[in-house]
Design a protein around this ligand. Structure first.
Ligand code: PLP
Length: 233
């Protein structure tokens, strides 16, 4: 199989799994979007994925996003930024990102707002929440999110669309409580912040569990493109 056929088949398996999980809990799979995570993968893989019907791509590194967006200019696709944010690199991210998933520091918000203002853009973002409490993970503690949202209300060029989290890398079934916690937090916050309906959660290891627990955006890399090869490997 060539790359495009392989991606097409992987994508169709994922769609099938999403449908099954959505049906199980009475959700429509139409309410669930896939972000194809392309970090480390070459532009040719992204082109193959476009041919296979994917149109939303997620990158983790500002420079890589910037280069790939430039090379794929003119394609009818959407870029999401899902990685750790370095505030001084936001100038590369905001001009191309439809959605930034991983915001949790006030200085990031301030900088995004400033850049978006210059671009006459309203930047959609998600707030990253560390539901597992793992020290290696970014994000706010669940109990910090309300105040954070309140504090950033007045930034006019930012719109918070929802919450994002990463579950620990454990047996898929054990990820369920983390996804559930993010959903419950979102439901609670919706009473005060009416726009934050999105839940970006679920990756290759656990996306079908995330679907059962209410994910609206899945970030999937390996299950679409295969294992990532890092430089030097
Ligand atoms: C790399 C990455 C993903 C995709 O991971 P896979 O296991 O390859 O599906 C999703 N979300 C974030 C934040 C990532 O860094």
């Amino acid at each position: 199989m060539n790359l495009e056929e392989q991606i097409r088949q992987n994508y169709s398996n994922i769609i099938e799994n999403i449908k099954i999980s959505a049906q199980k809990v009475g959700r429509s799979s139409e309410d669930i979007r896939i972000v194809a995570v392309t970090k480390t993968h070459p532009v040719d893989a992204i082109r193959a994925a476009i041919q296979a019907g994917l149109s939303v791509f997620g990158e983790n590194y500002a420079q890589e996003l910037r280069e790939k967006a430039e090379l794929l200019k003119g394609e009818n696709i959407e870029w999401h930024f899902i990685g750790r944010i370095q505030t001084n690199k936001l100038k590369y991210i905001v001009p191309v990102a439809t959605l930034i998933h991983s915001v949790y520091r006030i200085e990031e918000v301030r900088e995004i707002d400033k850049i978006a203002k210059k671009l006459l853009k309203i930047q959609d973002i998600l707030i990253e929440v560390n539901v597992s409490g793992e020290g290696t993970k970014g994000g706010l503690k669940p109990e910090e999110v309300f105040d954070f949202l309140n504090n950033i209300r007045h930034y006019e060029n930012i719109r918070v669309k929802g919450l994002m989290t990463m579950a620990p890398y454990v047996d898929p079934e054990e990820t369920r409580p983390y996804f559930k916690k993010l959903r419950e937090l979102r439901n609670e916050l919706l009473k005060e912040f009416s726009d934050i309906s999105e839940l970006s959660m679920g990756m290759t290891n656990d996306y079908w569990i995330a679907v059962e627990e209410g994910a609206t955006i899945l970030r999937i890399g390996t299950a679409i493109f295969g294992e990532r090869k890092y430089k030097g490997e």
